[in-house]
Design a binder for this molecule. Structure first.
Ligand code: BEZ
Length: 285
């Protein structure tokens, strides 16, 4: 990850009517698009490939500090909404992570027990993510001082160093861009949302958990492995797939393809249901 941006000299931040950054353009086709286009045009049924640009999703606030939160979700396979924010590691922009995968996650509040267990487990997961060229970036609406105090408390009370930056999103700008606030659950706090953004800045996966359920780091790693395996080998991964297990070959879309695959050595249960093996993530191959 690139070095943090220089510390903001704009404190206290001016109160002004702000608009979130304009949505970015659609990205170039990714390997998933290539995989899926290998399966055909995607014109019927489930639509594959890149989607239109993300909807404009803004937070607008007035001078009294009232917020109008936007709750629309960003879209899979579109560019992840751009932002720049104050974090425990200085000012950071999503753009700074280009070339690296990012797990952007929100938690409801600092100094809460479930969130503390998540931070500890996410810190333990960080080296495994690094092996996958992936960085963690946390977020809540708490202040930077609260984040700093909580991170120190986790170190002092639990002996765990938090290695990743945490965004102080007091004005809900990033939360609004990503639809992290679910008013039916909490009108102020961010839910347990997690966004996987690939090295080209494309949003590849979203996980939403309620306030009361801590997330599973095995599943997060499995998800990254699955996405990166799809990109490398143009395959899909079946239910409960684990790295090293067989993967799904995209179904043929033409008679010619259906015939050709008979000679490709796949394990086929039927012409539309074929598996193959690929090198496990992290192995040479
Ligand atoms: C927690 O992290 O313990 C928590 C936070 C918000 C609601 C419920 C639990």
């Amino acid at each position: 990850m690139q070095a943090a941006r220089s510390k903001s000299t704009r404190w206290p931040r001016p109160t002004r009517y702000r608009r979130a950054p304009a949505p970015s353009r659609d990205p170039a086709p990714t390997p998933i698009t290539a995989y899926l286009s290998a399966a055909g045009s995607g014109k019927s049924g489930c639509r594959y490939g890149t989607s239109p640009s993300p909807r404009r999703n803004t937070v607008e606030h007035n001078t009294t500090g009232d917020y109008h939160i936007q709750t629309a979700l960003p879209r899979l396979n579109a560019l992840a909404p751009a932002f720049e924010a104050e974090t425990t590691h200085g000012r950071l922009a999503l753009e700074d992570y280009r070339g690296t995968w990012v797990v952007l996650f929100s938690h409801p509040a600092d100094f809460t027990p479930v969130c503390t267990t998540e931070f500890i487990e996410f810190a333990r997961m960080a080296p495994a993510l690094k092996e996958r060229n992936t960085e963690l970036l946390g977020l809540s609406i708490d202040s930077i001082y609260s984040h700093l105090a909580w991170v120190q408390a986790i170190r002092d009370k639990f002996g765990v160093e938090i290695p990743f930056p945490v965004i102080a999103d007091g004005n809900r700008e990033v939360a609004s861009l990503y639809g992290m606030i679910n008013p039916e659950e909490s009108s102020t706090e961010t839910s347990r949302c997690l966004f996987v953004i690939d090295d080209k800045g494309v949003l590849r996966a979203m996980i939403y958990y309620p306030l009361t359920t801590g997330r599973n780091t095995d599943e997060i790693l499995r998800l990254i492995d699955a996405l990166q395996t799809t990109d490398r080998h143009r395959v899909a991964t079946p239910a409960n797939w684990r790295p090293g297990e067989s993967v799904i070959v995209p179904p043929p879309r033409t008679v010619e393809d259906a015939e050709a695959r008979k000679d490709l050595g796949y394990e086929c249960t039927d012409w539309w249901f074929c598996k193959t093996t690929v090198p496990a993530p992290g192995s040479k191959g």
